[in-house]
Ligand binder design. Structure first.
Ligand code: CTP
Length: 224
């Protein structure tokens, strides 16, 4: 499934990448270890395959890709707006961002002072970007990511069904094997009636393989 130079020719592809950053006060935030490498590699691979690419990115330390429309955001709410406002104009959505599942209910306008020994932070669930893209009236071919520590296939297939996705790319986390914040990764890709394992390799090559697979599945989907 090496992508050909034209397998996404002329298609508009929207990709989210990186972590989000949820502020607690003017100097503190909650985030995660996502480096954005997989999302950026997917954006470059889609561009090589002939797509017109928009990349919505959380804060990362990566070089800005050339010939790609880059939209920089910080919070999950900003990422939601950036993706949802652009999605209807695209054919494919790849949700590679590690969006915070919860965000502080209150952003304190002043720096929080230390007081008691024990303290609590109230968090609100964020809106699910991926599930809402998959619900749009104008259907996009929607690809999600899943990071699992156990029962990978069962959880990934559950997400595929529950969020009504066309494809899900799952990887193991919490093991000493690629994944978050790493140069390499391996993916187990699932769709309704099939699956494919992409072996451990560097994220540039892995992204090319996943784009090849997406292009292949997208063609079948278009002809439905
Ligand atoms: N996602 C999203 N919006 C959110 C949360 C997640 O779009 N608010 C997307 C991610 O971009 C990714 C997928 O959903 O493609 C991950 O699914 P999620 O249900 O968040 O998986 P986990 O974080 O692994 O959650 P859980 O603990 O429920 O397994």
């Amino acid at each position: 499934i090496q992508p050909t130079a034209h397998c996404l020719q002329g298609l508009k592809v929207l990709i989210s990448a990186g972590p989000t950053r949820e502020p607690l006060d003017p100097v503190r935030y909650i985030t995660n270890r996502s480096s954005g490498k997989m999302g950026y590699a997917l954006a470059n691979a889609a561009l090589q395959a002939g797509a017109d690419v928009t990349l919505v990115s959380g804060p990362v330390a990566l070089t800005e890709p050339a010939h790609i429309e880059l939209v920089k955001v910080e919070t999950a709410a900003q990422m939601y707006e950036a993706v949802m406002s652009r999605a209807p104009d695209h054919a494919i959505y790849i949700g590679a961002a590690a969006v915070a599942d919860y965000s502080p209910a209150i952003m304190e306008p002043e720096k929080i002072k230390k007081q008691k020994e024990l303290t609590t932070i109230i968090l609100h669930k964020t809106k699910d970007i991926l599930a809402d893209v998959a619900k749009l009236e104008k259907r996009l071919f929607t690809v999600g990511f899943a990071a699992e520590t156990h029962d990978l296939e069962a959880y990934a297939r559950d997400k595929l069904k529950r969020k009504k996705l066309d494809m899900i790319a799952a990887n193991w986390v919490g093991r000493e094997l690629g994944g978050f914040d790493s140069e390499q990764n391996a993916l187990h890709v699932f769709w309704e009636n099939g699956e494919k394992t992409l072996a451990m390799m560097d994220k540039t090559r892995l992204a090319e393989q996943l784009i090849g697979l997406i292009a292949e599945r997208f063609k079948g989907y278009e002809s439905l």
